[in-house]
Design a protein around this ligand. Sequence first.
Ligand code: OSB
Ligand code: MG
Length: 380
Amino acid sequence: MNPLQEFLTQPLSFQGLRLIRLDLPQKEQFVSGIGVRNSREALLVVWEDADGVSGYGECSCRPDPYYSDEFIDGAIMMVQQFIVPHLSEIGTLGDLMTLLGRIRGWNFTKAAIEMAALDAIQKKTKKTPLELLDITPLTEVPVGISLGLYHDLEQMKMAVSNAISTGYRRLKFKIAPSVRTEFFDAINPILVDSKVAVGFDANGSLTQDHFHVLDYFVNTYGSMIEQPFAPGRFDLLLKAKKQFPEIFVCYDEEIKSLGDVMKLHHLEVLDEVNLKPGRVGGLLKSMEIVSYCRDHRIPCWIGGMFETGIGRIHNLKMASYLPNTSAHDLSPSDRYFLEDVVQPGIQMNAGFVDIQSLDACEIQPEIIEKYTTQQHHYTS
Ligand code: OSB
Ligand code: MG
């Protein structure tokens, strides 16, 4: 039996499943090609096993379908109608993976259930499938920040100098057709001086009419451009690669499976992967992508969805198994929320999160309760 097959035989019992919807106030408004956000609606999943152990997961899709086709109300309905009715039949982790594997799509939802179940297993056995990657994990994970679109230059300058002085290893700027390139002309000296790595994320907002935007960022910075076009527009990717041979393209929304990674790789348009474990259906699926990227020397880093501390800690642990990455979009808690659901919040020191320090971050039921807007409990 291969090691993963063996891991799937781990016993997993089902007693109850809780879905908890929260609305967490953000520290600051965040604007991107997707929309404007002032608070993070989040969906927590708690797996309760027959021995009274609770595993925590998070479904990190947005409340609306503007990043992916999943959205929170849909996720709740998916769990209620197609997952909960079968949970009593589960005896092993493999049984759960079979149940989830039958469902097409709904990756964030499936990932959250898997995350909660794996958390329960880890609490009992101290085992994580990540160990099967045969990689010595990092003790400190390098972190980058994702900065929104700015409509005020002074505000943008302030955000950039704060991010640099906080120690972030990479600054990723949201871009869109409406982006003010003259703002970038103005901050360029600050970026050059700081020598910090930069990247640009269009969230799929550019079309054939916006090649001048690409031209500006490729020629000014020669840096990574994340998801320039809508997923599936390989024609535009091929055209951009031809027109700007030095362009370095990273994919986010485009990649929902290992097959998507392979297709882009075979098309020779894949320079880098932003891996969001939720977007590809969970940790086990992410591990296949991590292995493929390692075998083919494709840079791969972990992206974020403004998760609460619960999802972010799981993502940071995954990131520790990517030893050659310059930065992940996994900022500390105080970057996002007035109050995170884990306390102390996730801390960053000089641009790194210490993995061991995460053991001190405890889930706070009273903070969860304070921000809960909706709750469901299903029992066997
Ligand atoms: O495109 O990476 C993205 C957040 C929500 C949806 C899409 C994206 C993002 C981010 C957030 O950029 C990064 C983070 O969590 O720090
Ligand atoms: Mg992105």
